[in-house]
Ligand binder design. Structure first.
Ligand code: UT7
Length: 327
Protein backbone atom coordinates (compact mmCIF):
# COMPACT_ATOMS: atom_id res chain seq x y z
CA UNK A 1 0.00 0.00 0.00
CA UNK A 2 1.31 3.47 -0.84
CA UNK A 3 1.18 6.06 1.89
CA UNK A 4 2.63 9.55 2.38
CA UNK A 5 5.64 10.04 4.65
CA UNK A 6 7.39 13.24 5.81
CA UNK A 7 11.07 13.03 4.90
CA UNK A 8 13.49 15.38 6.68
CA UNK A 9 15.42 16.76 3.69
CA UNK A 10 17.42 19.52 5.41
CA UNK A 11 18.44 20.76 8.86
CA UNK A 12 19.86 24.05 10.10
CA UNK A 13 20.60 25.90 13.30
CA UNK A 14 21.78 29.20 14.71
CA UNK A 15 23.35 30.24 18.01
CA UNK A 16 23.82 33.87 19.06
CA UNK A 17 27.46 35.00 19.15
CA UNK A 18 27.56 35.94 22.85
CA UNK A 19 28.61 33.09 25.18
CA UNK A 20 28.02 33.12 28.96
CA UNK A 21 30.23 30.69 30.87
CA UNK A 22 29.50 29.25 34.30
CA UNK A 23 32.25 31.50 35.65
CA UNK A 24 30.41 34.54 34.22
CA UNK A 25 27.27 33.46 36.13
CA UNK A 26 29.25 32.83 39.32
CA UNK A 27 30.10 36.53 39.29
CA UNK A 28 26.36 37.41 39.28
CA UNK A 29 24.73 34.84 41.61
CA UNK A 30 25.88 32.51 44.40
CA UNK A 31 26.85 29.53 42.22
CA UNK A 32 29.98 27.80 40.92
CA UNK A 33 31.22 26.09 37.77
CA UNK A 34 31.67 22.94 39.85
CA UNK A 35 27.99 22.89 41.03
CA UNK A 36 26.56 23.60 37.57
CA UNK A 37 28.73 20.99 35.81
CA UNK A 38 28.12 18.29 38.44
CA UNK A 39 24.34 18.82 38.68
CA UNK A 40 23.55 19.58 35.02
CA UNK A 41 26.52 18.95 32.69
CA UNK A 42 26.21 22.56 31.45
CA UNK A 43 29.47 24.49 30.86
CA UNK A 44 28.22 27.48 28.85
CA UNK A 45 25.18 28.90 27.04
CA UNK A 46 24.60 31.38 24.18
CA UNK A 47 22.62 34.56 24.82
CA UNK A 48 20.94 36.81 22.24
CA UNK A 49 22.36 40.31 21.80
CA UNK A 50 20.34 43.39 22.75
CA UNK A 51 17.69 43.77 20.05
CA UNK A 52 18.23 40.27 18.65
CA UNK A 53 14.76 38.71 18.53
CA UNK A 54 13.49 35.14 18.49
CA UNK A 55 12.54 35.63 14.82
CA UNK A 56 16.15 36.66 14.01
CA UNK A 57 17.43 33.39 15.48
CA UNK A 58 14.66 31.39 13.84
CA UNK A 59 15.14 32.84 10.37
CA UNK A 60 18.89 32.16 10.47
CA UNK A 61 18.26 28.50 11.35
CA UNK A 62 15.53 28.33 8.68
CA UNK A 63 17.83 29.74 5.97
CA UNK A 64 20.46 27.10 6.82
CA UNK A 65 17.88 24.29 6.69
CA UNK A 66 16.38 25.55 3.40
CA UNK A 67 19.88 25.77 1.88
CA UNK A 68 20.68 22.21 2.98
CA UNK A 69 17.39 21.02 1.48
CA UNK A 70 17.80 23.00 -1.76
CA UNK A 71 14.40 24.63 -1.21
CA UNK A 72 13.65 28.27 -2.15
CA UNK A 73 10.97 29.74 0.15
CA UNK A 74 10.78 33.02 -1.80
CA UNK A 75 9.94 31.03 -4.95
CA UNK A 76 6.85 29.54 -3.31
CA UNK A 77 8.40 26.14 -2.62
CA UNK A 78 7.30 26.03 1.07
CA UNK A 79 3.61 25.46 1.85
CA UNK A 80 3.64 25.91 5.62
CA UNK A 81 5.84 27.24 8.43
CA UNK A 82 5.33 25.96 11.98
CA UNK A 83 7.38 27.70 14.67
CA UNK A 84 7.69 26.22 18.15
CA UNK A 85 8.40 28.98 20.64
CA UNK A 86 7.54 30.09 24.16
CA UNK A 87 9.39 33.39 23.74
CA UNK A 88 7.67 35.03 20.74
CA UNK A 89 8.71 38.47 19.45
CA UNK A 90 5.28 39.86 20.30
CA UNK A 91 2.02 38.62 21.84
CA UNK A 92 0.73 38.66 18.26
CA UNK A 93 1.15 38.13 15.36
CA UNK A 94 2.81 34.73 15.38
CA UNK A 95 6.61 34.71 15.18
CA UNK A 96 6.07 32.32 12.24
CA UNK A 97 4.37 35.13 10.28
CA UNK A 98 7.36 37.40 10.87
CA UNK A 99 9.77 34.68 9.75
CA UNK A 100 7.62 34.03 6.66
CA UNK A 101 7.98 37.71 5.66
CA UNK A 102 11.73 37.69 6.39
CA UNK A 103 12.09 34.70 4.03
CA UNK A 104 10.30 36.65 1.27
CA UNK A 105 7.52 34.07 1.21
CA UNK A 106 3.99 35.26 0.36
CA UNK A 107 2.21 31.94 -0.20
CA UNK A 108 0.97 29.30 2.21
CA UNK A 109 0.41 29.67 5.95
CA UNK A 110 2.51 30.20 9.08
CA UNK A 111 1.65 29.75 12.74
CA UNK A 112 3.22 29.15 16.15
CA UNK A 113 2.91 26.14 18.44
CA UNK A 114 3.30 26.60 22.19
CA UNK A 115 4.35 23.46 24.03
CA UNK A 116 7.38 24.88 25.86
CA UNK A 117 10.39 22.51 25.81
CA UNK A 118 8.36 19.86 23.97
CA UNK A 119 7.47 22.45 21.31
CA UNK A 120 9.65 21.08 18.52
CA UNK A 121 8.22 17.56 18.84
CA UNK A 122 4.69 19.03 18.87
CA UNK A 123 5.43 21.22 15.81
CA UNK A 124 7.01 18.27 14.00
CA UNK A 125 3.92 16.20 14.73
CA UNK A 126 1.59 18.93 13.39
CA UNK A 127 3.71 19.29 10.24
CA UNK A 128 3.82 15.51 9.76
CA UNK A 129 0.03 15.34 9.97
CA UNK A 130 -0.34 18.12 7.36
CA UNK A 131 1.96 16.21 5.02
CA UNK A 132 0.56 12.71 5.51
CA UNK A 133 -3.02 13.93 5.01
CA UNK A 134 -2.08 15.75 1.79
CA UNK A 135 -2.50 19.27 3.25
CA UNK A 136 1.05 20.36 2.46
CA UNK A 137 3.99 19.06 0.40
CA UNK A 138 6.90 21.00 1.91
CA UNK A 139 6.90 22.28 5.49
CA UNK A 140 9.48 24.30 7.43
CA UNK A 141 9.52 23.47 11.15
CA UNK A 142 11.48 25.79 13.44
CA UNK A 143 12.23 25.76 17.18
CA UNK A 144 13.45 29.20 18.30
CA UNK A 145 13.85 30.68 21.77
CA UNK A 146 15.32 33.61 23.68
CA UNK A 147 14.85 32.39 27.26
CA UNK A 148 17.29 35.07 28.42
CA UNK A 149 14.25 37.39 28.25
CA UNK A 150 12.14 35.42 30.74
CA UNK A 151 14.79 34.34 33.25
CA UNK A 152 15.00 35.79 36.73
CA UNK A 153 18.73 36.54 36.65
CA UNK A 154 18.81 36.69 40.46
CA UNK A 155 17.46 33.11 40.85
CA UNK A 156 20.43 30.74 40.83
CA UNK A 157 18.04 27.76 40.71
CA UNK A 158 16.95 28.60 37.15
CA UNK A 159 19.18 31.23 35.52
CA UNK A 160 22.12 28.84 35.13
CA UNK A 161 20.05 26.27 33.22
CA UNK A 162 18.87 27.97 30.02
CA UNK A 163 20.25 29.43 26.80
CA UNK A 164 19.11 31.00 23.52
CA UNK A 165 19.18 29.41 20.07
CA UNK A 166 17.23 28.06 17.11
CA UNK A 167 17.05 24.94 14.98
CA UNK A 168 15.01 24.06 11.90
CA UNK A 169 14.13 21.18 9.58
CA UNK A 170 12.52 21.03 6.15
CA UNK A 171 9.99 18.22 5.62
CA UNK A 172 8.95 16.97 2.18
CA UNK A 173 6.14 14.55 1.26
CA UNK A 174 7.41 11.27 -0.17
CA UNK A 175 5.71 7.98 -0.98
CA UNK A 176 6.20 5.13 1.47
CA UNK A 177 4.71 1.72 2.17
CA UNK A 178 3.44 2.48 5.68
CA UNK A 179 5.98 0.10 7.25
CA UNK A 180 8.86 0.79 9.64
CA UNK A 181 11.35 0.46 6.73
CA UNK A 182 10.03 3.70 5.18
CA UNK A 183 12.25 6.77 5.13
CA UNK A 184 10.85 9.76 7.05
CA UNK A 185 8.83 10.24 10.21
CA UNK A 186 7.45 6.87 11.30
CA UNK A 187 5.27 8.14 14.16
CA UNK A 188 4.87 10.95 16.69
CA UNK A 189 3.37 10.73 20.19
CA UNK A 190 2.17 13.75 22.17
CA UNK A 191 1.10 13.95 25.81
CA UNK A 192 -0.01 16.72 28.20
CA UNK A 193 -0.92 16.67 31.89
CA UNK A 194 -1.92 20.15 33.01
CA UNK A 195 -2.07 19.16 36.66
CA UNK A 196 1.70 19.76 36.86
CA UNK A 197 1.38 23.50 36.12
CA UNK A 198 2.94 24.66 39.38
CA UNK A 199 6.17 22.69 38.88
CA UNK A 200 7.25 24.73 35.84
CA UNK A 201 5.62 27.94 34.60
CA UNK A 202 6.09 31.64 33.90
CA UNK A 203 4.55 33.93 36.52
CA UNK A 204 3.09 36.41 34.05
CA UNK A 205 0.97 36.67 30.94
CA UNK A 206 -1.53 38.69 28.95
CA UNK A 207 -4.73 37.71 30.78
CA UNK A 208 -3.24 37.25 34.25
CA UNK A 209 -0.68 39.95 35.06
CA UNK A 210 -0.38 41.83 31.74
CA UNK A 211 3.37 41.33 32.07
CA UNK A 212 5.78 38.88 30.49
CA UNK A 213 6.77 37.29 33.80
CA UNK A 214 9.70 35.09 34.79
CA UNK A 215 10.32 31.36 34.66
CA UNK A 216 9.65 29.49 37.93
CA UNK A 217 10.55 25.86 38.51
CA UNK A 218 10.57 23.22 41.21
CA UNK A 219 13.59 21.53 39.70
CA UNK A 220 13.81 18.26 41.65
CA UNK A 221 10.07 17.56 41.08
CA UNK A 222 10.42 18.21 37.35
CA UNK A 223 13.49 15.97 37.27
CA UNK A 224 11.67 13.08 38.94
CA UNK A 225 8.70 13.18 36.54
CA UNK A 226 10.79 13.86 33.44
CA UNK A 227 12.77 10.62 33.51
CA UNK A 228 9.68 8.39 33.80
CA UNK A 229 7.52 10.34 31.34
CA UNK A 230 10.25 10.55 28.68
CA UNK A 231 11.09 6.86 28.89
CA UNK A 232 7.37 6.01 28.73
CA UNK A 233 6.61 8.05 25.59
CA UNK A 234 9.84 6.91 23.89
CA UNK A 235 8.88 3.28 24.55
CA UNK A 236 5.43 4.00 23.07
CA UNK A 237 7.12 5.21 19.85
CA UNK A 238 9.20 2.03 19.67
CA UNK A 239 6.23 -0.25 20.38
CA UNK A 240 4.08 1.47 17.73
CA UNK A 241 6.69 0.64 15.11
CA UNK A 242 7.52 -2.83 16.41
CA UNK A 243 11.09 -1.77 17.13
CA UNK A 244 13.48 -2.49 19.98
CA UNK A 245 15.77 0.16 21.46
CA UNK A 246 18.82 -1.60 19.99
CA UNK A 247 17.45 -0.83 16.50
CA UNK A 248 17.66 2.91 17.24
CA UNK A 249 20.90 4.42 15.92
CA UNK A 250 20.58 7.80 17.64
CA UNK A 251 18.62 9.14 20.58
CA UNK A 252 18.23 12.92 20.21
CA UNK A 253 16.74 14.03 23.54
CA UNK A 254 15.69 17.42 24.83
CA UNK A 255 18.81 18.96 26.37
CA UNK A 256 17.77 20.05 29.88
CA UNK A 257 20.21 18.22 32.12
CA UNK A 258 22.86 15.58 31.39
CA UNK A 259 21.63 13.55 34.36
CA UNK A 260 18.07 13.43 32.93
CA UNK A 261 19.42 12.49 29.49
CA UNK A 262 21.56 9.76 31.05
CA UNK A 263 18.74 8.38 33.23
CA UNK A 264 16.20 8.35 30.35
CA UNK A 265 18.73 6.63 28.04
CA UNK A 266 19.47 4.09 30.76
CA UNK A 267 15.76 3.27 31.09
CA UNK A 268 15.72 2.52 27.33
CA UNK A 269 19.03 0.60 27.64
CA UNK A 270 20.61 3.00 25.12
CA UNK A 271 24.38 3.48 25.62
CA UNK A 272 25.51 7.15 25.80
CA UNK A 273 27.65 6.60 22.64
CA UNK A 274 24.36 6.61 20.69
CA UNK A 275 22.94 9.71 22.40
CA UNK A 276 23.44 13.19 20.89
CA UNK A 277 24.46 15.61 23.67
CA UNK A 278 24.75 19.39 23.28
CA UNK A 279 23.61 20.50 26.75
CA UNK A 280 27.24 21.11 27.80
CA UNK A 281 27.58 23.93 25.23
CA UNK A 282 23.98 25.08 24.62
CA UNK A 283 22.29 24.55 28.04
CA UNK A 284 18.50 24.18 27.81
CA UNK A 285 17.25 26.06 24.74
CA UNK A 286 13.68 24.76 25.19
CA UNK A 287 11.94 24.24 21.81
CA UNK A 288 15.26 24.78 20.00
CA UNK A 289 17.21 22.06 21.78
CA UNK A 290 16.19 18.99 19.73
CA UNK A 291 16.60 20.63 16.26
CA UNK A 292 19.93 22.18 17.37
CA UNK A 293 21.19 18.73 18.41
CA UNK A 294 19.80 17.13 15.24
CA UNK A 295 21.56 19.66 13.01
CA UNK A 296 24.88 19.16 14.79
CA UNK A 297 24.72 15.37 14.42
CA UNK A 298 23.63 15.55 10.75
CA UNK A 299 26.34 18.04 9.82
CA UNK A 300 29.17 16.19 11.60
CA UNK A 301 28.14 12.95 9.85
CA UNK A 302 26.89 11.00 12.86
CA UNK A 303 23.28 10.74 11.58
CA UNK A 304 23.39 9.04 8.18
CA UNK A 305 20.73 8.10 5.59
CA UNK A 306 18.72 5.01 6.56
CA UNK A 307 19.47 5.33 10.28
CA UNK A 308 16.75 5.35 12.94
CA UNK A 309 16.51 8.50 15.08
CA UNK A 310 14.41 8.78 18.25
CA UNK A 311 13.57 12.31 19.47
CA UNK A 312 12.00 13.03 22.87
CA UNK A 313 11.24 16.14 24.94
CA UNK A 314 9.38 17.32 28.03
CA UNK A 315 8.55 20.76 29.38
CA UNK A 316 6.07 23.02 31.11
CA UNK A 317 2.45 21.98 31.01
CA UNK A 318 3.63 19.30 31.49
CA UNK A 319 3.71 18.57 27.79
CA UNK A 320 5.96 15.86 26.44
CA UNK A 321 6.38 13.74 23.35
CA UNK A 322 8.50 11.55 21.11
CA UNK A 323 9.06 11.17 17.38
CA UNK A 324 10.64 8.21 15.61
CA UNK A 325 12.16 8.76 12.16
CA UNK A 326 14.23 6.86 9.62
CA UNK A 327 16.68 9.33 8.08
O1 UT7 B 1 13.26 21.67 30.17
C1 UT7 B 1 12.29 21.64 31.11
C2 UT7 B 1 12.54 20.76 32.16
N1 UT7 B 1 13.45 21.22 33.16
C3 UT7 B 1 14.23 20.32 33.68
O2 UT7 B 1 14.26 19.22 33.18
C4 UT7 B 1 15.01 20.63 34.91
C5 UT7 B 1 14.86 19.52 35.88
N2 UT7 B 1 15.58 19.68 37.10
C6 UT7 B 1 16.92 19.70 37.19
O3 UT7 B 1 17.61 19.62 36.19
C7 UT7 B 1 17.54 19.74 38.56
O4 UT7 B 1 16.56 19.51 39.54
C8 UT7 B 1 18.29 21.07 38.86
C9 UT7 B 1 19.54 21.16 38.02
C10 UT7 B 1 17.37 22.25 38.58
C11 UT7 B 1 18.70 21.12 40.33
O5 UT7 B 1 19.51 20.02 40.64
P1 UT7 B 1 19.22 19.13 41.95
O6 UT7 B 1 20.29 18.12 42.01
O7 UT7 B 1 17.80 18.66 41.83
O8 UT7 B 1 19.46 20.17 43.10
P2 UT7 B 1 18.43 20.79 44.17
O9 UT7 B 1 17.44 21.68 43.50
O10 UT7 B 1 17.91 19.66 45.03
O11 UT7 B 1 19.39 21.67 45.02
C12 UT7 B 1 20.46 21.13 45.81
C13 UT7 B 1 21.15 22.29 46.50
C14 UT7 B 1 20.19 23.20 47.25
O12 UT7 B 1 20.84 23.64 48.41
P3 UT7 B 1 20.52 22.96 49.83
O13 UT7 B 1 19.05 23.18 50.05
O14 UT7 B 1 20.90 21.51 49.66
O15 UT7 B 1 21.40 23.72 50.77
C15 UT7 B 1 20.02 24.37 46.32
O16 UT7 B 1 19.69 25.55 46.98
O17 UT7 B 1 21.82 23.11 45.53
C16 UT7 B 1 21.39 24.48 45.72
N3 UT7 B 1 21.42 25.13 44.41
C17 UT7 B 1 22.52 25.68 43.89
N4 UT7 B 1 23.79 25.77 44.37
C18 UT7 B 1 24.68 26.37 43.58
C19 UT7 B 1 20.39 25.29 43.55
N5 UT7 B 1 20.83 25.93 42.45
C20 UT7 B 1 22.15 26.19 42.65
C21 UT7 B 1 23.14 26.81 41.87
N6 UT7 B 1 24.40 26.88 42.37
N7 UT7 B 1 22.90 27.31 40.64
Amino acid sequence: MTTLRSRIIGTGSYLPKKVLTNADLASRVNTSDDWIVKRTGIRQRHVAAEGERTSDLGVAAARAALKAAGVDAAAGEVDLIVVATTTPDETFPATAARIQAMLGMTNGAAFDVQAVCAGFVFALSVADRFITTGGARTVLVIGAETYSNILDWSDRGTCVLFGDGAGAVVLRAEAGTGGADDLGILSTHLRTDGRHHDLLYVDGGVSSTRTTGHLRMRGPDVFRHAVTMLADVAQQALDTNGMAADEVDWLVPHQANLRIIDAAARKLAMPMERVVVTVDRHANTSAASVPLALDEAVRDGRIRPGQVVLMEALGGGFSWGAALARW
